[in-house]
Design a protein around this ligand. Structure first.
Ligand code: C5P
Length: 233
């Protein structure tokens, strides 16, 4: 069954906290990105842990291998369920990160967080992608990057639910798929282009769906979350 992660894309910490209270027991997994992490000075993580929520820390690390591996150790100590790095940071960066996180988890006697790779940002079109130097089309590059992530021991990738099935076919059932771009039929698509419904995401073997505005901008966020979870059953 696909699990629901709610994206807390809020400019103010207080608004994000209110949303978590509103959603109550309907949601137990939240994504915290750069904006909320920085504007709350990291405090949002403590708040979510106090509320017994799971956390996807979406900071998309991208730097030289040593820097990312050292930062990843700190992320692993924050008690988050998953966090991510850019696959285009390369093989050595991901391998060193996997090793550092596993070492840290063993040292602390805890389960390591899931390490997720971002392949190609969905904001790229082919022209902009070629302009920064990539020679192959986006879909081929994304698969090539996912292969490196798989080979280095990363746990999975962020991808469209439209690609989740083929990722599973290529790298096995255990390779985790985290899928944004999900819209129930009753929600507006907003700026998301390649969208699938929660039911289609489940059908396509998405392990996690990441949903923001269909829930957080809804008149009744609690009922919206329940409706999406029902669709995932
Ligand atoms: O509001 P919405 O459901 O579109 O939010 C989706 C979340 O997933 C946002 O936080 C967005 O930044 C994130 N995301 C995405 N596409 C990606 C990677 C992350 O929409 N490829």
């Amino acid at each position: 069954m696909s699990k629901l992660i709610v994206a807390l894309d809020f400019t103010e910490e207080e608004k994000a906290k209110e949303m978590v209270q509103t959603l109550g027991d309907a949601v137990d997994f939240y994504k915290v990105g750069l904006e909320l992490f920085l504007n709350s000075r990291g405090n949002m993580l403590d708040f979510l842990k106090k509320e017994n929520k799971k956390i996807f820390l979406d900071l998309k690390f991208h730097d030289i291998p040593n820097t990312v591996a050292q930062a990843a150790k700190w992320a692993a100590d924050l008690g988050v369920e998953m966090f991510n790095v850019h696959a285009s940071g390369g093989r050595d960066m991901q391998k060193m990160t996997v090793d550092a996180v596993n070492f840290e988890a063993i040292r602390n006697g805890v389960k390591p967080p899931l390490l997720i790779a971002v392949t190609v940002l969905t904001s790229f079109d082919e022209e902009a992608f070629a302009e920064v130097g990539f020679k192959k089309p986006i879909n081929e590059s994304a698969l090539q990057l996912a292969k490196i992530s798989y080979e280095t021991g990363m746990d999975g990738v962020v991808c469209s639910a439209l690609e989740a099935k083929s990722i599973k076919q290529s790298f096995g059932d255990d390779f985790v798929t985290v899928c944004p771009g999900v819209r129930p039929l009753w929600a507006a698509s907003q700026d998301q282009k390649r969208i699938v419904t929660p039911a289609q995401a489940k059908e396509n073997l998405a392990d996690y769906i990441v949903v923001g505005r269909p829930i957080t901008a809804n008149q009744d966020p609690y009922q919206a979350a329940i409706a999406i979870k029902d669709e995932l059953q």
